[in-house]
Design a protein around this ligand. Structure first.
Ligand SMILES: Cc1cc2nc3c(=O)[nH]c(=O)nc-3n(C[C@H](O)[C@H](O)[C@H](O)COP(=O)(O)OP(=O)(O)OC[C@H]3O[C@@H](n4cnc5c(N)ncnc54)[C@H](O)[C@@H]3O)c2cc1C
Ligand SMILES: *[C@@H]1O[C@H](CO)[C@@H](O)[C@H](O)[C@H]1NC(C)=O
Ligand SMILES: *[C@@H]1O[C@H](CO)[C@@H](O)[C@H](O)[C@H]1NC(C)=O
Length: 589
């Protein structure tokens, strides 16, 4: 996620240095009674995309593979639904919710001890609960590096692989973590004579590895993963600010010009930041770190004030306030080098050169000492009224990106202020992801487009310029046949996607062999994989406002507030548009 909350950056930043050790771990996703029963499973973003609740009968916290096996065996024996869930569980859709209300949750929180490095083969085998930060730092001690990773280091190995998480690259095997997996050990259901569980040790010779590498957790428990690593290297990073003229072509050329490059597009400002980011030998001087501002521990008070300011701008329909805030924020971000620090302490200018493990991913807000709870937090912590947003993250085929960008520019040119609400959340983060051998990985070379925007506390509240954001989302998903990130997005981004995966049938065959009863599957996974034919959308009043449906009637928007279902400017799809006039249907009367 491309997550910056820094209208109050400077103040949050100072606070962070004053009170450096007083902050709070993100909340557990599971809350049960004292016996670990009757659990409520919550989203890290306060509510699920459809604002429903999720229940489970029980949670277990195995710390060894034997304990894992007995948890799974117990569930299989009793025909219970199962979900594996990481300590912090940061996927946005309802992936960690077991089917029904009586499911068993198995957490990898305490299964994060083993990181075994084999120097002669340059591989490492890790427990699935290990956090990305712990992994990349541990292998660095042996002079080894994982070439690509997501940008937040609080994700678990099991969770980030299961959702196809990636960094940015078209070089070599590309920017997705699963491209570097050469072995996996799974615990899957089995018959009573086998003791209800079986271990599957997959190596890179096994075709099933292409299913297991990105599995949405539906094949079974991932116990261990083996990665092919590279000798440690350094990177040299320079963020270059340009106008967005010709971005349509430049973004394609940039993919081959920079190994780890990405592009942040501030469309309302007509600017793009090209992150020129390449590998350099380890003997080049530089001790830089990535301490991305959006992932630093942040003052709760600042987050609340910021939310308040944005909500007031929404109520006044004040685009200018959002544009001004976005300008200040972008200026602050650029001045602070986005959080890159040349010598571990401060940003003194580009290039920032440093070791791969210290630049590839960042975090900090999740590593907490809970002295005064909720003073310094992760910006997305939901225990108070801070940030609350929608996120859309869809990969678009490189062959189509030119058209996508020019369509967004058309929308922008009709009303430039309409996109300030995205720039306030750091614009469009665009990253390169290569065609994958994973059955649920990218089907061709793509550019992943990631943007966030204000979500109202009340699901039936229409939002400023929401038609424009809906239109961009629908352009990406329908006109350009994009693939949504499995671990992010609102429901509409998943409409009809099963048919876009040519290898889906191969994945489903493996799933059928590994878990014929679908114990690891849920309503949500069955739906996105096209097994449950009901589809991902939910038709009800106001459903289009939160991306639960595409509107076909005015009641799907908010007619009482003047939001009617209208045709888009660029796509022939229906959006909730704020209108001074009455509904189209009434106009025709
Ligand atoms: C701040 C932030 C930044 C992010 N940055 C990026 C980024 O740069 N690039 C990117 O691609 N994504 C990014 N993401 C998205 C992220 O990759 C997904 O949200 C990811 O799924 C979260 O992993 P997790 O460890 O929280 O997994 P969870 O949410 O706990 O689980 C995700 C899925 O994996 C399954 N699972 C987890 N562990 C196991 C296991 N051991 N065995 C079987 N199944 C398992 C779960 O059942 C579930 O289906 C970011 C998210 C956040 C919050
Ligand atoms: C390390 O890798 C080498 C080469 O692949 C292999 O022969 C050896 O058995 C591995 N060592 C261990 C302890 O697994
Ligand atoms: C949300 O807004 C609607 C309509 O404005 C109102 O009827 C409803 O009570 C609100 N819901 C909540 C939870 O505040």
């Amino acid at each position: 996620m491309n997550y910056v909350r820094c209208f109050f950056i400077c103040c949050a930043y100072l606070l962070a240095t004053w009170i450096s050790t007083v902050h709070s771990v993100p909340p557990s996703p599971v809350n049960c009674d004292t016996n670990g029963l009757n659990c409520l499973v919550s989203s890290t973003y306060r509510v699920w995309p459809d604002r429903s609740t999720c229940r489970a009968a029980k949670v277990t916290y195995p710390s060894t593979e034997e304990e894992f096996k007995s948890s799974v065996a117990h569930a299989v024996k009793n025909n219970l639904k199962i979900k594996v869930i990481s300590k912090l569980a940061h996927s946005a859709p309802k992936l960690i919710c077991p089917g029904g209300d009586n499911g068993l949750l198995i957490s990898t929180r305490d299964y994060a001890k083993k990181i075994i490095v084999n120097i002669s083969s340059s591989t490492a085998t890790v427990d699935s609960g290990v956090e990305l930060r712990d992994f990349v730092d541990a292998i660095a001690k042996y002079g080894l590096a994982l070439p690509h990773s997501p940008y937040w280091d609080g994700l678990s190995i099991g969770g980030l692989l299961s959702t196809g998480a990636h960094g940015s690259s078209l070089w070599g095997n590309g920017g997705a973590v699963h491209e570097y997996v050469v072995g996996m050990r799974l615990i899957i259901p089995a018959s009573a004579d086998e003791g209800f569980v079986r271990i599957m040790d997959l190596t890179k010779e096994d075709k099933d590895l292409n299913a297991a590498k990105v599995s949405l957790g539906v094949l079974g428990v991932i116990s261990q993963v083996t990665f092919a690593l590279q000798p440690m290297f350094k990177r040299s990073i320079r963020n270059v600010l340009r106008t967005d003229e010709g971005l349509e072509e430049k973004i394609i050329a940039f993919g081959s010009a920079s190994e780890f490059g990405d592009v942040t597009w501030y469309a309302s400002k007509r600017r793009a930041v090209f992150r020129v980011d390449n590998r350099v030998p380890v003997n080049i001087a530089g001790d830089g770190v990535n301490d991305y501002i959006g992932f630093q521990k942040t003052s709760r008070a600042a987050l609340e004030a910021q939310r308040d300011t944005e909500t007031r701008a929404e109520l006044r329909r004040d685009s200018k306030a959002k544009c001004d805030a976005a300008s200040k924020q972008i200026a602050a971000l650029l001045m602070l080098g986005m959080g890159f620090k040349n010598n571990r302490v401060a940003f003194t200018g580009y290039p920032v050169i440093g070791y791969q493990n210290l630049l590839q991913t960042s975090g900090d807000c999740q590593n907490a000492i809970d002295t005064i709870p909720l003073t310094l937090v992760c910006p997305w912590d939901h225990r108070f009224k801070g940030s609350f947003l929608h996120q859309t993250t869809v990969s678009i085929p490189i062959s189509q990106i030119h058209h996508f960008i020019s369509d967004v520019k058309k929308l922008r040119d009709m009303d430039p202020a309409s996109l300030c609400g995205l720039d306030l959340y750091n614009g469009f983060l665009m990253r390169y992801v290569k065609k994958s051998s994973a059955y649920l990985g990218k089907t061709e070379d793509m550019i992943d487009v990631d943007f966030n925007y204000y979500r109202a506390d009340n699901a039936s509240t229409g939002r400023l310029h929401e038609d424009v954001y809906e239109e961009i989302e629908q352009l990406a998903v329908f006109k350009y046949q994009g693939l949504p990130h499995w671990g992010k997005n609102r429901n509409v981004a998943f409409v009809g996607i099963a048919s876009r995966y040519q290898n889906l049938h191969k994945f489903l065959k493996v799933k059928q062999r590994y878990d014929p009863q679908g114990l690891f599957s849920s309503e949500w996974t069955d739906t996105i994989l096209g097994i449950d034919s009901r589809g991902v959308t939910i038709q009800r009043d106001n459903c289009a406002l939160e991306g639960l449906c595409i509107c076909s009637e005015d009641v799907h928007c908010a007619p009482d507030q003047g939001y009617f279902c209208r045709q888009g400017m660029v796509v022939e799809l229906w959006l909730c548009m704020k209108s001074m006039f009455c509904s189209e249907k009434l106009l025709f009367l």
